[in-house]
Design a protein around this ligand. Structure first.
Ligand SMILES: [Zn+2]
Length: 121
């Protein structure tokens, strides 16, 4: 039938989403953002290695931090990431599971710091 080819997500992806949901349900919660320490904010499940670039880690509990919405966004920003309270710990976790990915993140931070310093004299 004409609609048989319409599927929003593939079966493989749907299984990944289900696994992610299961993992979310098991996560320990702390009641504050691990990036900025605030507890008066809405907390999100934030991926250290982005779901877009590292979909293979989207359902891994080690790849999740509880971040407020702002920190969830800022973690993807190489200029803002090093200011996180748990930056060193998070980078250590990434390195432990995917050294190449951790080097890539560090490389982007260094590159952006150089660019920032150039543009800000
Ligand atoms: Zn935060």
């Amino acid at each position: 039938m004409w609609y048989s080819n319409i599927r929003k997500v593939s079966k493989k992806k749907a299984a990944k989403y289900r696994a992610r949901k299961k993992m979310y349900e098991k996560l320990e919660t702390f009641g504050y953002c691990s990036g900025c320490g605030r507890s008066d904010v809405i907390l999100t499940n934030s991926h250290l290695l982005s779901q877009y670039h590292y979909s293979k880690y989207m359902d891994k509990a080690w790849n999740i931090k509880q971040h407020c919405v702002t920190c969830n966004t800022n973690w993807q920003n190489p200029l803002k990431r090093p200011a996180f309270l748990d930056y060193a710990e998070s980078m250590e976790i990434i390195k432990e599971h995917d050294e190449a990915a951790s080097l890539e993140l560090i490389g982007k931070e260094e590159l952006n710091t150089i660019k920032f310093n150039i543009s800000h004299g």
